[in-house]
Write a protein that binds this ligand. Sequence first.
Ligand code: NI
Length: 386
Amino acid sequence: MDWSILQGRMVQYRRHFHQYPEVSHEEVKTREFIREELELLGLKPYSFSGKDVAVEIRGKAPGKTVAIRADMDALPVQEETGLPFASKNKGKMHACGHDGHMAILLGLVQYFVENKCQYNGTIRFIFQHAEESIPGGAREVVAAGGIKGVDAIFGYHLWQPLPLGTIGIRKGAVMAGADEFNIRIFGKGGHGSMPNETVDPTLLAAMAIMQIHTIVSRSLSPIDPAVVSIGELKSGSTYNVIPDQAKLSGTVRHFNQQVSKQVHQRLEDILAGICLSYGAKYELEYSYGDPPVVNDEKLYSLMRKKAAALFGGKSIMEMEPQLGSEDFSYYTDRIPGMYTFIGVGKKENPYGHHHPKFDIDENMFVPTVKLVSGAVLDYFKNGEFV
Ligand code: NI
């Protein structure tokens, strides 16, 4: 493998993607570009959901199937980097590094086109749409059979909070699950001077908020971290009218699907109790969002060994669980998966993900190709998996 040629190509890809960002569910030209590049390599790209691009490379003999996934979408952000290859699409920017993820996945495809003889099995490359939307595109890929027959899946994120050159890994839950809830409390409106004639939904909403804040501290196990936040409270429109309804909405973050169910149940109990005692009614809509990303223990060990062998033990950073969510979880919820963070943080560029001045370091492309391809080859070779 000529790494400097591959690096040059990946930089070209990345800068192309960066100039023409497309947001979630609108990745039309991005998809076309990837398809064309794959066809130039003599491959036959296809799609599961109609919005993703997938391609397979078979090794020298049949064996296990491994998938590698990259996300394709940009964000509705106006770029302020001043880079010569800055976004040409107004109000849209690759401000999370997904441009780099695609470039690296195209690099991995080229690596495995040249190294087919090194493994028995099949590698499926998935360029996935709409990671940034809720629910994410991964759900559509999974529903369309995207990981049918896949034994293990790898994903990666160029990560600004980690110092340049480090590899962030974690066993078990690494990114949170995120749910949303919407509550309506129906009381009985009336004059502010005659509260005895009303059922005041504002007061009941306030009581509900206080009790909802006991869910994490008094109902969940202290070993299971979770967040329950109310982000919205709407009730009434003027000072002397008691309204007839109040609206609340909030988010739940967790690292364990069971916690979602428990929070949902506690919300029901709290609302039912308050409404019963004051003669009100309620509606609760609880939307189960992305599950948490959970890294498989064996794949974690395999990735750790590979990172240590390639870059030395000091390059490895044990990640804290991240409260953000990532729809790679739809894969790890069903099959063993490993999501790895590639450090691209540096002092000269302190702007975090989703910031208008966010930038990645292209020098991490080749190390990522080496790391992921090495882990995939080890997976195929490793007796305990085969
Ligand atoms: Ni991202």
